[in-house]
Design a protein around this ligand. Structure first.
Ligand code: HEC
Length: 409
């Protein structure tokens, strides 16, 4: 090795890597990302003891969700700023697209791998952005896009369901949570290792790298700087001309994005909620009891519901389409199954549709299309059925089923 020009006394030169605006942008993203990760993961794993502890400290799951939404809004603004700045740098300042992946990055990655497992003597020499940094940047871009789209769908499920099948909303929730775990792990493993462990890189805070650090991390960029490449004079007149075109376009774009963010936040207030765990407390649920019509037979609409007595405190609503499979089968199984199986009581088996329609000892029990003429109804209404009676509501349902044609499906 030849040692010629190094002089340790010389004050080491440093190079600007990130201007202040970029560092503020990074800090904003750092804070919103961390908040999102934290408030998101405790919602994804709400039964975990640590999650419950944190949710408790933060004042309940609703507050956690509000914080999560606030951090998401910060991230949206950060993304908008990034897009506008990118446009300015590329169009007005004509800065080279050093973040674009190129074939060399693949070769660099291969060489780094070979170096790491001891098959190459040196690490690859890289420019302004190493393949690791590019991978991280693009992963962040992709991750933000996925989180933005799936986050929108969870925040505005009704709007989303107008454009997509309903299944996409739980799918979006799953993707949102999965991508979140991936992103947090990527930051912990890839980012932590790359900028804090492998070499403690303070450039995002100080904005600078020393000459030695440049030589280690970005030798090709250093060579470019030494060759005077990035400092090439730009024509101020041309810059001014391009600015004049850029600003109106950027303003319209900004307004469009602001409108987009506003819509994202305010489209509806029905975001999916995380139900906090309830111990020993009965939870009231609402089940909309409507059979899904299938095309096995011509559907008949229940003629009249006025005959049903409105007797109890909770009004009972007869579904508009009553079938054996959806309503009557389960009802009979629950109420009559104990006695009417295997043709025993009165020779009537109510386990399946076919059995029920076959009837009992006295013949058919049900007259399709006419509840008043159905022996079963007559038997029940005259109080002639041992000592077992159906509730008024249930009997009304059976009648509705009969009047609608006693359909199986
Ligand atoms: C506790 C037992 C028991 C339950 C529960 C029960 N039944 Fe019966 N059912 C009987 C007995 C016993 C007979 C025969 C004696 C009679 O006809 O009253 C019978 C007879 C019948 C008959 C006349 C059969 C024939 O051909 O003579 C019909 C119809 C009937 N039940 C319908 C029902 C329906 C519908 C349900 C449920 C909503 C039901 N039963 C629940 C015991 C029961």
């Amino acid at each position: 090795m030849t040692n010629t020009t190094t002089s340790p006394q010389m004050e080491e030169r440093s190079y600007e890597r990130f201007p202040l605006a970029r560092r503020i942008e990074h800090l904003t993203m750092l804070l919103s990302f961390t908040t999102l990760g934290l408030t998101g993961l405790i919602q994804k794993f709400p039964f975990n003891a640590a999650s419950q502890f944190l949710i408790g400290i933060l004042g309940g799951v609703d507050t956690v969700r509000s914080i999560h939404h606030f951090a998401a809004i910060v991230l949206m603004f950060g993304t908008m700023y990034h897009i506008i700045l990118l446009g300015y740098n590329l169009y007005v300042l004509r800065i080279r697209m050093t973040m674009l992946p190129v074939i060399q990055d693949g070769l660099d990655a291969l060489q780094a791998l070979l170096y790491n497992i001891g098959l190459r003597k040196s690490r690859p020499q890289m420019g302004r952005f190493t393949f690791e940094e590019k991978a991280e940047y693009w992963a962040f871009v992709w991750g933000t896009a996925v989180m933005g789209v799936t986050g929108f769908m969870m925040w505005n499920p009704i709007t989303s369901a107008k454009f997509l099948p309903g299944e996409f909303i739980p799918a979006a929730k799953a993707a949102h949570g999965g991508e979140a775990v991936l992103a947090v792990l990527a930051i912990i493993l890839w980012h932590m290792y790359g900028v804090h462990i492998k070499f403690f890189n303070k450039a995002m805070w100080t904005g600078k790298l020393t000459e030695t650090e440049m030589l280690h991390e970005h030798p090709l960029e250093l060579a470019d700087i030494k060759a005077g490449l990035p400092d090439r004079e730009q024509d101020p007149l041309k810059i001014r001309q391009r600015r004049r075109k850029f600003f109106p376009v950027a303003s319209i774009l900004t307004l469009g994005m602001l409108a987009g963010i506003f819509g994202f936040i305010n489209a509806e207030d029905t975001a999916l909620t995380t139900v906090p765990p309830q111990d020993d407390q009965p939870v009231e649920v609402y089940i909309h009891w409507t059979a899904t019509p299938r095309n096995t037979s011509t559907p008949t609409i229940v003629p009249s519901l006025t005959a049903i007595p409105a007797d109890t405190a909770t009004p009972f609503v007869i579904p508009s389409f009553v079938t054996w499979d959806a309503n009557i089968g389960p009802l009979f199984q629950l109420n009559c199954g104990e006695c009417h199986v295997d043709d025993d009581k009165g020779g009537l088996n109510l386990s399946t549709y076919a059995d029920a329609m076959r009837g009992g000892r006295s013949g058919a029990a049900f007259t399709a299309g006419d509840s008043a003429a159905s022996p079963m109804i007559i038997k029940f209404e005259s109080g002639d059925h041992t000592d077992f009676m159906l509730s008024t509501d249930d009997l009304a349902l059976v009648k509705a089923w009969l009047d609608a044609g006693a359909l199986e499906k």
